[in-house]
Design a protein around this ligand. Sequence first.
Ligand SMILES: Cc1cc2nc3c(=O)[nH]c(=O)nc-3n(C[C@H](O)[C@H](O)[C@H](O)COP(=O)(O)O)c2cc1C
Length: 715
Amino acid sequence: MKILIAYYSKTGGTEKVAGAIKKELEGKGHAVDVEKVKPAKEHSFWGWFFIRLFRGECNIQPPKIQDVSEYDLVCLGTPNWTRLSLPVARYLRQVKGLKYKNIGFFATTTLLPDVEWYILSMYLLDLTASRIIEKRGGRIIASVILSSFFKRWNFTSEYGKRAIKNFCDKVETPIKSLKDYFLKQKEIESIRFLVILFSIFLLLSFLGQIISSITANQVLTWSEYLFLFVIGFFSYFSLLTILEGKTWVFWGKYLIGISLPILLTLTPLFLAFVQGKPIILGYILIFVLISFFRDPKAVIFTGAVTVLSYGYLFFNYPFSEVLQPTLDIPFLLLGMGMISFITQKLQKHYINSLEAQDEIEAARKRAEEEKDKTLTIITNFADGLLVFNSENKLVRINPQAEKFFNTKNQKVIGKTMPELVSSSKFKFLAGFFKKDKWIKKVFRKELNLKKKLTLEVSTVPMVSGEAGKLGTLVILHDITREKRIEKMKTEFVSLTAHQLKGPLSGIKWTLRMFLDDELGKVTPEQKKFLGKTYQANEKMIALINDLLNVAMIEEGKYVYKPVSTDLGSMIQPQIDSLREEIKRKKLKFEFKKPVAKLPQVTVDAEKIDLVIQNLLENAVRYTPSGKEVTVSLKGGIKEIEVTVADTGVGIPRYQQKRVFTKFFRGANVMRMETEGTGLGLFITKNIIEAHGGKIWFESEENKGTTFHFTLPVKK
Ligand SMILES: Cc1cc2nc3c(=O)[nH]c(=O)nc-3n(C[C@H](O)[C@H](O)[C@H](O)COP(=O)(O)O)c2cc1C
C-alpha cells in the first residue's frame, strides 16, 4: 500500500506517535510518505486557546503533498484539542483527493487515553474528525489515542505498542463491503452520541443532587437518587464496554431500549408531582431517539418494554388517576407504530443508498484496475507509444517513445498536433496528419529518425462502441535491426551471385564451342548430353540474373537508363525468341497492335525487355498445348497499356494476393514441375512502378490469366 501520514504536533507528542506508526507500517512492507502540517503562525497555548474559542479557524503553510488521491490510505495525526486541532482541520479542508480515501485517525492527549475516551473529549474529537472527513468523501476506518505526557500510556509503553499495532493491523485491512462498514459505523456513532448524552445527564443530575441537598431543596432522597443513578450508570457503563470492545454494538440499541423507558418509568415513582402526560411524551421521545438507529425492530422492542413499564407504573404510581391506560396505551402503540414505520422507510432508503455505494465503489475499483493495467502496458511496452485524445492533444507518451525522441513527458504532454509538428523532433507526424485530421484510419510508414534508428510508424484510431472516437494511437516500432539484417542478406546474395556469374559464363562459352564443333568433332550422342548441360547452365544464369536484379532493387541500386522508344517494336523480338516453343506447343498466338502509330515512351529498354519477356514466358509456359495466347497494345494520351492474356492454368484465388511477392509460385504450377524462380513477377512489378506505371491481373483457375501493365507516355 502507498500510505501518507499527515500530522500536526505542537510539542512533539503526536510527532513521536506518527514516527512509531510509520515504522510499524514500513515493517509491514508499505511505502510511507509523511506530511508535517505547519500552521502559518505557531501560537502559545493561550494563543491557540483564544483562536479556538473566538476565531475557530487558522491558516496553514501550503502542504508539500496537496493531492492525496494517489495514496491508498491516509493516517491523520492531531493533538487532542477537544475538537480536531485547528491546523489539521484546515489541512483536511484544503487538501485534494480525499474522496473514497480510507483514513486512520490518531491523536495524543495530556491525560490517560482511557480517561480521555470516558470524559468524552475523544468522542467529540472523533465525531468532529469523521464529520469533516465524511464531507470530503473519505471515511475513518480506525482510531487510536495515546498520552504524550504519561509514560505508562505513551507510544513506548506496552499499552502504546499494542494500540499502535492494532491500529496498523486495522488500517491495512481493506473494507470488504462499504454497506456493512457504514451500518456498523453509524451504529457506533449513534451509541457514542447516546453515551455522551448519558454521561452529561449523569454528571448534571449528580451536580443537581448535591446542590439541591446543600440548599435543602432536595427532590429525591439520596437513596432514591442513587437507585436511579445506579441504573443509569449501569446502562452507561454497558454502552461504554460495547463501544470499547466494538463486539456487542448490535445489542447497544436494545440495551438503550430497555434502560431509557425503565429510567423514565421509575423517576415519577419518586417524583410524585410529575404528571402523567409528560411521561407519555417522554416515552414517545425515547422512540424518536431509538429511531436514530434506523432499525424498526429496536423501536418495536422499546415499545414493548415501554408498555410493560407503563403497566408497572400504573399499578405502583400513587396518583394512578392521572394515567388513563385506555387512552395512553393506544397513543403509545400508535406513536410506536408510526415511528417504526418511518424508521423502516428510513432503513430501506439507507440500505439502498449503501448498496449503491458498494456498487459504485466496486465499479470504481474495476475502472481503476483497468486504468492501472492499461498504464502498465503502455509504460512497459517495447514499442514507443504516443496517445492522442479526440481533440488531437498528446495525452500520454511512454518511456520508450521518450527515448526515441530524446524528450521528457512533461515537455510534450498537453500539446496539440500542430504544436508538436512545429518542433523538429515530431515533424515526421506531419506526414500522418493534415488540416486537423489524421490522413488515413490505419497508416504505416518507415521513418529514419536518426542515423542508426529506423522506426516503423503506425497510426491506429481508438474507437469505443459507446463513446465513439476516443483518440489516436501512434505506435513506433524499432526496425533498425531488421533493416540491418535485410541489408546484410541482400549484400550476401548480390556478392554470391556476382561471384557465380563469371564461372557460369565461362562454362556457357566452352559448351557453346563444343556444340559448334570449334574444339573438334563431337559425336551426336555427345552433343545431346552437352546440349542438356548447356540448357541447365542457361537456367542457372537466368536465376543468377534474377537474384542480382532483386538484390539491386532492394539495395536501391537498380539504375534506369531512360531512352525514348516505341513499345510496339520492343514486343515483336521477344515474341520471335519464343517462336520455337510456341510452335512446339502448337499455341494460337496473336499480337494485336493498333493501326495508328502509338506515342513514344521513355523507358529503360533493357528492363522493359525483361518485363515483356517475363510475362510472355509465363503465358507460353503455363498454357497447355493447342490453346491461345494474345498480346495486345492499347494507346492513350497519357499512357500505353500492354495486355498479355493466356488460356492456361490460372492462379488459385487464395494465392492471388501474393503474386508479386518474392519467390511466389502458384500451387498448381508447382504440381506441374515446370521451371521458374518465382522472382520474375517481383522484378516486373518493381520495374513497372519505377517507371511510374501500374501492373495488375485477372485470373481464374483452369481458365487463364491476363496481365496488364501501363507505362506513361513521354511528355
Ligand atoms: C490550545 C490547546 C488546547 C488543548 N486542549 C486540550 C484538551 O482539551 N484536552 C486534552 O487532553 N489536551 C488538550 N491540549 C493538550 C494537547 O492536546 C496534548 O498535550 C497533546 O498530546 C499535545 O500534542 P503535541 O505534543 O503533538 O503537540 C490542548 C493544547 C492546546 C495547545
